[in-house]
Write a protein that binds this ligand. Sequence first.
Ligand code: G3P
Ligand code: CA
Length: 337
Amino acid sequence: MTVTRERLQMAPSLVLTPAVVAHRGASGHRPEHTLDAYRTAIRMGVDDIELDLVSTRDGVLVARHDLELSTTTDVASRADLAHLRRTRTVDGVAQRGWFAQDLTLAELKTLATRERMPRTRPANTAYDGAEGVSTLTEVLAMVAAESVRRGRGVGVLLELKHADHHDRAGLPLDEPLLRELARHGLDHPWARVTLMSFEAGILRRLAGRTRLPIIQLLEPGDDVTPEALDRIDDYADGIGPHTSMVLPRDATDATGPPSSLVRDAHRRGLTVHVWTLRGENRFLPRHLRHGDAPDGLGDLTAAVRAMLDAGVDGIITDHPEQALRARREVSQAEPAG
Ligand code: G3P
Ligand code: CA
């Protein structure tokens, strides 16, 4: 399918689709999961921000991608927290470090955030130490304030990380999640909140407890046969596949024609939000790289256009400004014929 101006304008939604979603905020420009990263994305004009959630020891949901905190905070340099260093097995992988589930919110609030990929994104390190870790409550309050300030709604895609692991630790994520959403008046289907996870268990549970839209995240190797999509359709409203599941790469690392996944999902009424489009050469297909430097910027706008042509409903990206540009270009193009 080629994306036409008609498709963009006739989307049966108050929100322009395909949606542009800022992955962990505008994480190509600021350290991920900082309020600055989210605000930067909102300023750029994104439809939604995406955030990952894990639990503290006292059951508070915070915006972090990893349970282990040393990659994105200064915890390893904190002598006063050295006693909390542990070896934990998370989803089958043993790790040594400082885990959110071992720190109270008060302890976590003393940490400073920093850039995850300092060699790839050196400019982002200028913001290291500028912010602490944010709670879900703080992010929702910021989004509400920005929506009012800018006179437009901004959606949030909430990804529940390591849900089974949290269950086993006695810190189920669904309880504080639903409590917080209710407290903010956001637990209703028009609230522009979407719930996501790679784990079907928590999504099935949530489907029975909320009418918010649900996205089943998928990674390469996951079952996407028609039978599997039928099972997902029992509890979810959409899927969130890795880019390579929509536009597979060939032996030369270039993308070719789309797989049948978008069509198969749409036949069942499932939306498709694809992750994660990143601007640096190391993440792009070979034919869209500019030069040889892995951390140099390539043609992400073309990569986004290819995804729009493949028919996806949402682009989850570290560089939202480029996805917005691609969508604008497509919407301004003359209709074919
Ligand atoms: O939005 C989905 C995407 O964020 C999943 O991957 O590892 O970045 O959380 P990850
Ligand atoms: Ca995520």
